[in-house]
Design a protein around this ligand. Structure first.
Ligand code: NAG
Ligand code: NAG
Ligand code: NAG
Length: 380
């Protein structure tokens, strides 16, 4: 990196930190946590090689287990460990944890976003917890060519101070084996609301986890259990180990507003919302399908979103050139239960030229009740 680029980057970082600090004083707390990018590190006297030896030696964090403090460009065996943001990151070895105490508003909802990269183990996992809530995020599939992905997790604050813990539950032969972590941020989530004219909550995906303004790879929303707090209010991601990607208009083509969801895992991950319905009544689901303008399916290909609701299914194809654009599709269904699951999946797997996974974008989803009579429908 040239000196000019570096100083611009430092300046950008200072600006971002400034924004975060101002946001913190104004009630909401959107932005990097204090020393969330680990730029302040331990003294040499508190380290043995790269290993951090004392629990309080990284400012604002408490560590336990095999934690390493990694400088950009540092080598491990023959592999260079790059760092996405600024010159430093940490690595969580076997059973290692980093913790930070957060000041929050009781009963409010928050999302945590952080960058992580898998290193040597194939099925690395990260256990994120706040108070009694925890989620084990799979760091198995890598969705960027740099190896760094942003991950999100959400929680409801039970107290005004809570401990955020990021833990590697791994037990590899090499105790230093484990994911790299950098840039930990927090964002207050507005509780999901239903807007007029739409039975779905957050149908436009405008509310969601923090996206780092200087990262171009969006944020993964990992699979979750039904009673978990979702970083994407109103929506659940159901999958074994695969995620969906939350993307921003600053770095992607987004059908409407500033945010959308890229379905990057084919049929291996479903984006789901449950909505109260009246059995026997008819409903119309409509949504936009497009591509994120990120070179996905660059050689003209159909990107298809599958939607399910009630007993109906629809496939909505979009002829993608990988350069953005969208189409509108939908389906009508009669509810068969009090609660209907609206489900979206990508019909296929797609890949960019660099071999990373990508897929169609879904956005601007709406659900309305309709009156169905002799094949004609009227909006209620
Ligand atoms: C530093 O680490 C090396 C290699 O693991 C070990 O042999 C040595 O005893 C450690 N030194 C201290 C002061 O803990
Ligand atoms: C994740 O961390 C939480 C809190 O420390 C713990 O209760 C839970 O058992 C952990 N899960 C795994 C799979 O390690
Ligand atoms: C709908 O909810 C009512 C009351 O909660 C319950 O009695 C009924 O069995 C439910 N019906 C269906 C189809 O799930």
């Amino acid at each position: 990196m040239t000196g000019g680029a570096r100083s611009r980057r430092v300046l950008l970082l200072l600006l971002l930190v400034g924004v975060a600090a101002r946001a913190a004083s104004g009630g909401g707390i959107d932005g990097l946590l204090p020393n969330g990018n680990f730029e302040q590190g331990p003294d040499k006297s508190q380290m043995n090689g790269t290993r951090v030896m004392s629990p309080n030696s990284i400012p604002n964090w408490v560590i336990s287990g095999f934690v390493e403090y990694i400088g950009s460009g540092q080598k491990q065996n023959d592999m260079i460990l790059p760092v996405p943001e600024g010159p430093y990151a940490v690595r969580l070895g076997n059973d290692a944890t980093i913790r930070q105490q957060l000041s929050v508003t009781r009963k409010a909802y928050y999302s945590i976003t952080f960058c992580a990269a898998r290193t040597c183990a194939r099925a690395e996992r990260i256990n994120v917890s706040v108070g009694p809530e925890s989620g084990v995020l799979p760091v198995q599939t890598v969705y960027t060519s740099s190896g760094w992905d942003s991950y999100s997790f959400a929680f409801k604050a039970r107290h005004t101070t809570v401990w955020l813990a990021i833990h590697n539950p791994g037990l590899e032969d090499d105790p230093a084996c484990g994911p790299l972590i950098d840039s930990v941020a927090i964002k207050t989530l507005d509780p999901p609301r239903r807007e007029k004219g739409n039975m779905l909550r957050n149908g436009d995906f405008e509310e969601g986890p923090f996206i780092f303004p200087d990262t171009a790879w969006g944020v993964l929303v990992p699979p979750m259990d039904e009673d978990d707090v979702s970083p994407l209010p109103g929506w659940m991601v159901m999958s074994g180990t695969k995620s969906v990607k939350y993307v921003d208009a600053a770095h992607h083509a987004v059908p409407r507003g500033a945010r959308a969801v890229e379905l990057v895992a084919g049929r291996e991950a479903a984006l789901v919302q449950e909505v109260p319905t009246t059995p026997g009544r008819w409903y119309a689901l409509s949504f936009s399908v497009g591509d994120a303008g990120n070179g996905c399916a660059a050689s003209e290909a159909m990107m298809t979103v599958e939607a399910y609701a009630g007993r109906e299914a629809a496939r909505v194809p979009y002829a993608s050139r990988g350069s953005g654009g969208r189409t509108r599709g939908g389906l009508e269904f009669a509810a068969v239960a009090n609660v209907t699951r609206v489900v979206f999946q990508s019909y296929n797997h797609h890949m960019k030229r660099d071999g990373t996974l990508c897929g169609p974008v879904v956005d601007d989803v709406s659900l309305v009740a309709v009156r169905k009579r002799a094949g004609r429908r009227l909006l209620l």
